[in-house]
Design a protein around this ligand. Structure first.
Ligand code: AMP
Length: 289
């Protein structure tokens, strides 16, 4: 498809697929039903979406088959892809950690010397061992890493952990953390030389950033006695300054402000104590600053 559109690679089927598509939709892109298609074009934007295995995305972007891609940092670093990371996207968060049999212990990182560690992430693990000056043997396994210690293949594993349930099932416990990962937007390093596509990318990135900002912010509204305004202004972590709207009751005002979503539960009690009532918290669809 040599149509001059920007080509974005995303995971075909997996943990990052839905959230990647949702981010595109939140950025104002209209995307038709993609089921079982390998490539689709956005209806209202110069963008083609390629659905690929996430393991392949860093290399396809590096080689220019796709111009940009959305993939986990774990895969980007493991594949040692020569691509530019444009933006961390705040979803697909996970952690690569070391784990060992429940009845063993590991107090100090130096105790890893001489051990055998099974992993599907040999490059990331190797970087971690080098950084910590540890000489351990890496056993590369492509899946079901958790069973390696019970099969006697390795002393420890290095794998992605979120809830820890899989570890528990396999009688393993988490030890040192090796790498924190989240989904990221990557770019082919030569894209900057293609003025047309680079211009599309700049606009696309602006839309993505606005959508991400909108997701982490909320619109707060409340009524408050005029004489509490100074205290309320101090409580509200507003973007710039809150909007104050007069009400029919001249002793009262409405206060509107954009706040970081996660601040709300820290401030709502203080707002009530200061006399605020009718407190509303609304989602923001998009945010251009
Ligand atoms: P999938 O192949 O569908 O399991 O997706 C794997 C990718 O999702 C990984 O490469 C990570 O970037 C990301 N991810 C997010 N949370 C987790 C998790 N708890 N376990 C494994 N991968 C995760």
């Amino acid at each position: 498809m040599l149509n001059g559109n920007l080509k974005l690679a995303i995971q075909k089927k997996g943990r990052l697929t839905e959230k990647s598509l949702q981010l595109l939709k939140n950025s104002g892109l209209e995307i038709e039903d993609y089921s079982e298609r390998l490539i689709i074009s956005a209806r209202n934007y110069e963008l083609d979406i390629l659905f690929l295995r996430d393991d392949d995305i860093p290399e396809y972007v590096q080689d220019g088959v796709a111009d940009i891609g959305i993939v986990g940092e774990d895969i980007i670093f493991e594949k040692k892809a020569d691509v530019e990371i444009l933006k961390k996207l705040g979803f697909g968060k996970c952690r690569l950690s070391l784990a060992l049999p429940e009845n063993n212990s590991l107090e100090n990182i130096n105790e890893l010397n001489g051990k055998k560690i099974a992993t599907s992430f040999p490059n990331i693990l190797n970087d971690f061992l080098l950084k910590n000056n540890i000489k351990a043997k890496i056993i590369e396994i492509s899946g079901s890493v958790e069973i390696a210690p019970s099969l006697g293949v390795a002393d420890l594993i290095c794998d992605l952990v979120s809830t820890g349930n899989t570890l528990k099932l396999n009688k393993l416990k988490k030890s040192f953390d090796v790498f924190d990962s989240q989904a990221a937007l990557i770019m082919n390093k030569n894209l900057i030389e293609n003025a047309e596509k680079y211009n599309i990318l700049k606009d696309f990135l602006f839309r993505i950033e606005s959508a991400l900002k909108a997701k982490t912010s909320k619109y707060l509204m409340m009524n408050a006695p005029k004489n509490s305004l100074e205290i309320i202004k101090k409580i509200v972590p507003s973007l710039k300054s809150p909007t104050i709207v007069p009400l029919a009751d001249e002793t009262m005002v409405a206060v509107h402000a954009v706040i970081p979503s996660d601040e709300f539960w820290n401030i709502y009690k203080k707002l009530k104590e200061a006399g605020a009532s009718g407190i509303l918290l609304l989602p923001i669809e998009n945010m251009i600053l």
